[in-house]
Design a protein around this ligand. Sequence first.
Ligand code: NAI
Ligand code: MG
Length: 491
Amino acid sequence: MKKAVKVKALNFSTSWSYAPAPEAADHFQLKERYDLFINGKFSAPATGKYFDTINPATEKKIASVAEAGAADVDKAVRAARQAYEKTWSKMPAAERGKYLYRIARILQERARELAVMESMDGGKPIRESRDIDVPLAAAHFFYYAGWADKLDYAFPGRRAQPLGVAGQIIPWNFPLLMAAWKIAPALACGNTVVLKPAESTPLTALRLAEILQEAELPPGVVNILTGAGATGAALVNHPGVDKIAFTGSTEVGKMIQKALAATDKKYTLELGGKAANIIFEDAAIDQAVEGIINGIFFNQGHVCCAGSRLFVQEGVAKEVLRKLKDRISTLIVGDPLDKNTDVGAINSKEQLGKIKALVNAGIREGGECWQPACSLPSRGYWFRPTVFTQVAQSHRIVQEEIFGPVLTVQSFRTPEEAVEKANNTPYGLSGGIWTDKGSKIFKISGKIRAGVLWANTYNKFDPTSPFGGYKESGMGREGGLHGLLPYVKLS
Ligand code: NAI
Ligand code: MG
């Protein structure tokens, strides 16, 4: 008994440290320069311009990447149109499915290098890219491969036809996974694709292009254009595109919605979030604390569904806060390629600046800011896991999406109060409920206005399950059977 108390009093992070366990990065070759992937081939951009992608953990350049301009977008959209008309929409659905299975299997074969590349380019811990991003990317291709020849069963009594060319714009928080998440259902339904990865994390999408070549996917079925916002805007505005799928900031999402308002293009928008995690007094507290940590510090909080607001019922508030801080003090922040790392690098200098600005606003507004005493590497973009208490509903830190490892903690007395506080946000993407009572889960989850709710767990993803938001978190659903709908016309 005495011994247990002593262990509890220790600060684990200072009581021992792990020996470095870096994942090897010498089992694959990165190119110095990457071109655009159009019509099955890599070609130089008409702009002649290239930009650098860096490793946010070291601030070192990894490679030069082509910047696509309007002429390149036009070339890619034409290639996608031709492939749609001549090949892909004509192919028997079971044959389309075979290509998707093949892509899924090659993703699995190349899992190790894809994981390392993802962590180098974006800063996320290798444990995540290895165990979550890459396996889930393959799982999305496997799952939608299965649907390709079963669309009649997905929409019984109706005929599902493809839309044509899909323009897809993805963010930097789950680069390969977002590419798979968007490409797989589009192809399964018979559409062709022009995909634009985010400018800070283009490498795994470009590696995916090589995998598509290896899978002998017909030229033009998927085209991958690198570039920043202007490239994305050119894709959105191209008249040859039939559908836009966007994941990113609410700000850009609104701009896209405006641009498309006067057109007949279909679109889905998956935008920001400010998810609430609610812990009731009857919850398994240790399990809840672990889930809260996973919910907000996973991928440095670079997650649209991150559980960034915690509401704890008053009777357990002190205990939860103490346990949270104890656990956070054990998190290892540092080298994304180290297998022991829990919290990696912030994706970019801009994102780090945004996190710092919001945290400073939180302090100015009177919030109490707590951080563990962990050391940070001297180069690269880093932010300590942060907990805010003494915050009010009106504070910016409680209202605005931070997209960083920052958690606000507030207490509540009654379930009604928890629901009201949880819903007091312009967003509605996700949320979490922690309680021992199944009836409470059903009662509360029906009242939370969010697209995805987890009970006694958090951040669990599966290709069979739909994902998407209410209010400013966007429109449409991706994943599962629902994820086919944005890529078909039904007659
Ligand atoms: P962003 O919305 O600017 O970037 C997302 C993608 O959109 C990138 O590929 C980007 O190149 C592209 N893009 C930018 N401007 C565009 C335009 N005018 N037309 C078409 N495409 C355009 O997001 P950013 O600036 O990287 O991050 C800002 C904030 O957005 C983050 O702090 C976070 O709060 C939120 N965010 C949310 C994400 C989510 O998963 N829902 C993902 C990334 C960011
Ligand atoms: Mg990068």
